[in-house]
Design a protein around this ligand. Structure first.
Ligand code: ZN
Length: 133
């Protein structure tokens, strides 16, 4: 893993949170993206070299809806950029981390993504992402 790719924040309303975070950062989001496979609507903010992803549930069965119900709004996951997601999954499995989806899916922002179960990472949901080249 070389760096944090972005931090994901779960919000109830993307619309009102886009306004809030635009005030916070002094700049609007640069993109909106619906990721049907994950049941989320997302927006991305660039803050210097860093990216923040806001996540809103696109329906009641969305994992974000479940997260909001259990924990409320807040930091949802930390995403790390990896060079080769398949090699990284194999390495982390070897280290006995639980991979939620061993076959990477297409996530937001032109990435292949997978998640590690927070049970094996001190309660932090970790996303691995690899740029689709
Ligand atoms: Zn993410």
């Amino acid at each position: 893993m070389h760096k944090i790719e972005h931090i994901g924040i779960a919000v109830k309303s993307l619309e009102s949170s886009n306004d809030l975070f635009a005030k916070l950062f002094g700049e609007s989001h640069y993109k909106l993206e619906k990721v049907a496979s994950e049941g989320v609507n997302t927006s991305f903010f660039q803050v210097g070299p860093n990216k923040i992803e806001l996540l809103e549930a696109s329906g009641p069965d969305s994992p974000i809806a479940k997260f909001l119900e259990k924990r409320g709004e807040g930091i949802h996951h930390i995403a790390f950029d990896v060079e080769d997601i398949h090699a990284e999954i194999a390495r982390l499995k070897e280290e006995e981390f639980i991979i939620i989806n061993e076959t990477p899916r297409k996530g937001a922002d032109n990435k292949l993504v997978c998640f590690l179960h927070p049970k094996t990472t001190n309660g932090v949901l970790i996303e691995l992402c690899q740029e689709i080249r």
